[in-house]
Design a protein around this ligand. Structure first.
Ligand SMILES: Nc1ncnc2c1ncn2[C@@H]1O[C@H](COP(=O)(O)OP(=O)(O)OP(=O)(O)O)[C@@H](O)[C@H]1O
Length: 234
């Protein structure tokens, strides 16, 4: 379970997270949504231990979310970090050397499912295919938590659909939890159990997807739009 307690994060004078508290349960697929600059990436970086809070705490299964958490949590960053001179196979070798939970067989299976060759050079792949490789490397880790920042950003609808199928097939909710931020709610809402909506560094809403539909009769995008507008009211 992930407990975010009173978390604040400032970059100079910009407050990206403002006393944010949130509990994320095991065995769920959770979407993090919100307008540009609402704090999605900052929250995920702090959960993944690659960035530290200004104040407040984050605990993952009772352990503080510091740099050591990277051993237990597979984080897919928004940025394209992969070394261009690697082939995909060499990238997987690198992952194996870095993460004891890396299961190369599973990573290759995901890669195969997403139709990318192991011998491709990273530098020569299209952005869509680099996104597929990033996904295969991340899902190759047998981690309890997958934390993915905008895994569909810049991808065309065909690639997005493939990645969604990959996420469904290669995440085992018996023991894993998937948290992903996205602007593509329509395409991922079939995946999601829960949605956290951020606004200006705070949690505007945190709901089960089925409750949104049952209680409001709205689809998720309309629900989010209505709430965000209401949240903007003085
Ligand atoms: N490294 C940084 N230095 C300074 N300000 C930053 C930095 N990273 C984020 N911010 C600021 O913090 C706020 C939250 O940014 P963040 O990237 O977490 O939002 P986001 O919801 O992920 O946005 P987007 O949807 O555009 O990716 C924004 O005002 C942003 O400009």
């Amino acid at each position: 379970m992930i407990h975010v307690n009173n978390a604040s994060k400032s970059y100079g004078r910009t407050q990206a997270l403002k006393q944010l508290s949130l509990t994320l349960e095991l065995g769920k697929i959770i979407g993090i949504a919100g307008e540009n600059g609402s704090g999605k990436s900052t929250l995920l970086k702090c959960i993944a231990g690659v960035s530290s809070l200004s104040s407040g705490t984050i605990h993952i299964d009772g352990q503080p979310a510091d740099r050591k958490i990277a051993e237990q949590l597979a984080y897919l960053p928004d940025a394209d970090l992969f070394y261009p001179f690697f082939t995909v196979g060499e990238l997987f070798d690198y992952y194996r050397s870095q993460f004891s939970d890396f299961n190369e067989r599973k990573a290759k299976e995901v890669l195969d499912f997403l139709n990318v060759s192991l011998s491709s050079k990273m530098a020569k792949l299209s952005k869509g295919n680099r996104g597929r490789v990033k996904m295969a490397a991340t899902l190759g880790r047998e981690a309890r938590y997958y934390v993915m920042d905008e895994p569909f950003s810049g991808m065309d609808p065909m690639v997005r659909a493939d990645l969604v199928k990959g996420l469904i097939q290669f995440t085992d909710l018996e023991w894993q939890t998937l948290i992903l931020s996205t602007h593509e709610i329509r395409e991922v809402e079939i995946l999601l159990d829960e949605l956290v909506l951020l606004q200006k560094g705070r949690v505007l809403a945190h709901r089960q997807l089925e409750d949104i539909r049952a209680e409001t009769g709205m689809d998720t995008v309309n629900w989010m739009t209505n709430l965000s507008k209401a949240g903007e009211q003085p």
